[in-house]
Design a binder for this molecule. Structure first.
Ligand code: URA
Length: 437
């Protein structure tokens, strides 16, 4: 079978057979498939989509392209549960959620990704902690999960390697926003990581891959249906991504916000609502409690008591980061040399934000990738981001831009101003949790 014929078949709207999908996946995993052919097929799938069966076959083939973990063999004394986000701007939820849920008695082995398209990657963000090894190998991943309760790492070379390669290719070829490709990418990692229950955070809005609630619902249904067929119990929340989530966007800046959240110094309300809602879903999905109010109370107590902060600190140190990171994060995190306040062009209210444009501005600052090999500047991004509805009267900036030099800062400031709509009247700010599926 010639691979170009598989590309032509999908290009012309055909349905790929299991053997054709297997060839694609094995070629991705062992490196024998050239990137240009992988990119061409990704684009054909993007344009022609896949049937439910094709997406399921792709998911399982990618999951089995490397090692498979089995948590049942670990003899853990609590349930294993995970969450995954479809990606957004300023989405640092995993860093808060994993230790909160671990503090409630669950084990959370989290395999995360690098930045994808305009969205930031959990893996890139955690890499801004000096010494933290985001790809420690599966045996250390198992050990840290077992001993600390949670471990956030990136895809190791032996876990779903086909997705690892395809993810990097999609990131730079405009082939991210495809329901079957997102479904297979997320679930292959989760199935290979041995998860038995999963909560999905499906983002919708200007900073998400899904722009409308209908698209987000379709993605959520694709993920839930495909997961169910693979014996992975999955629920989803559709959450709002029409603005930066929390008050920062950028790798190290989001880790700083995480520490402030976990140490109860700052709980930005919309971010907090998403973290607590997902935590409650995870506690219910894993059988810790059946009652939603009880789940919320447990998650809140895990945070307020400081137990979640302690677990995050232990995870950081177990994965090679500083033992005193929670106390001295400001000393350890990389800092940008130029920090500039960006004010709105006129007075009024912050009525709408193009969060994708903000994500792209972070790429321009050097905080995200333009090509697969790009090295990131982890210090750059936007801090003190004003929430939707803020009154812009000249005192509060839209955000502080953190940049490598003045020129880059001014370009990012311009992009931020263009991304923000200022209105005369206070806008009605919509809910952050849209739906549960
Ligand atoms: N997260 C993933 O792991 N893959 C995607 O395609 C999108 C979000």
């Amino acid at each position: 079978m010639l691979f170009k014929d598989i590309i032509r078949k999908k290009r012309d709207g055909g349905e790929l057979s299991a053997a054709e999908i297997d060839l694609f996946v094995s070629g991705l995993a062992d490196g024998s498939l050239p990137s240009e052919q992988a990119s061409a097929l990704a684009m054909a799938i993007f344009l022609r989509s896949m049937t439910f069966d094709e997406a399921g076959t792709l998911t399982l083939a990618m999951a089995h392209s490397g090692r498979m973990l089995d948590w049942q063999k670990e003899g853990l004394d609590g349930p294993v549960v995970d969450k995954h986000s479809t990606g957004g701007v300023g989405d640092k939820v995993s860093f808060m959620l994993a230790p909160v849920v671990a503090a409630c008695g669950c084990y959370v082995p989290m395999i995360s990704g690098r930045g994808l398209g305009h969205t930031g990657g959990t893996l890139d963000k955690i890499s801004s902690i000096p010494g933290y090894d985001p790809t420690p190998g599966l045996d250390i991943f198992r050990k840290v999960t077992r001993e600390v309760g949670c471990a956030i790492i990136g895809q190791t070379s032996d876990l779903a390697p086909a997705d690892r390669r395809l993810y990097a290719i999609r990131d730079v070829t405009g082939t991210v926003e495809s329901i079957p490709l997102i479904t297979a990418s997320i679930l292959s990692k989760k199935i290979a990581a041995g998860n038995r229950s999963l909560v999905m955070d499906v983002k919708v809005g200007t900073g998400a891959f899904m722009q409308s609630i209908d698209e987000a619902r379709a993605l959520a249904k694709s993920i839930i249906g495909t997961a169910l067929a693979a014996d992975l119990k999955t629920h989803a929340l559709i959450t709002d991504m029409n603005a930066v989530l929390g008050d920062s966007a950028g790798n190290a800046l989001e880790i700083e916000e995480t520490v402030l959240y976990l140490t109860n110094s700052r709980r930005e309300p919309r971010l907090d609502e998403v973290v607590m809602a997902l935590a409650a879903e995870m506690l219910i999905a894993s059988g810790i409690t059946a009652d939603h109010e009880d789940a919320l109370a447990r998650a809140n107590e895990a945070l307020v008591s400081g137990r979640a902060a302690e677990i995050f600190g232990r995870m950081v140190s177990a994965l090679g980061g500083p033992a005193d990171f929670m106390e001295r994060y400001a000393h350890y995190l990389p800092k940008a040399p130029v920090v500039l306040p960006v004010h709105a062009e006129r007075q009024g209210y912050l009525a709408a934000v193009d969060a994708r444009a903000i994500g792209n501005a972070i790429i321009e600052l050097g905080g995200g990738r333009r090509s697969v090999e790009d090295q990131l500047d982890l210090s750059v991004g936007f801090g003190a981001v004003a929430p939707l509805g803020s009154k812009m009267d000249g005192s509060q900036p839209l955000a502080m831009v953190h940049a490598a030099d003045q020129d880059a800062a001014e370009k990012a400031a311009l992009a931020l101003r263009r991304a923000c709509v200022i209105a005369d009247a206070a806008p009605k700010v919509g809910p952050v949790i849209h739906e549960r599926l």
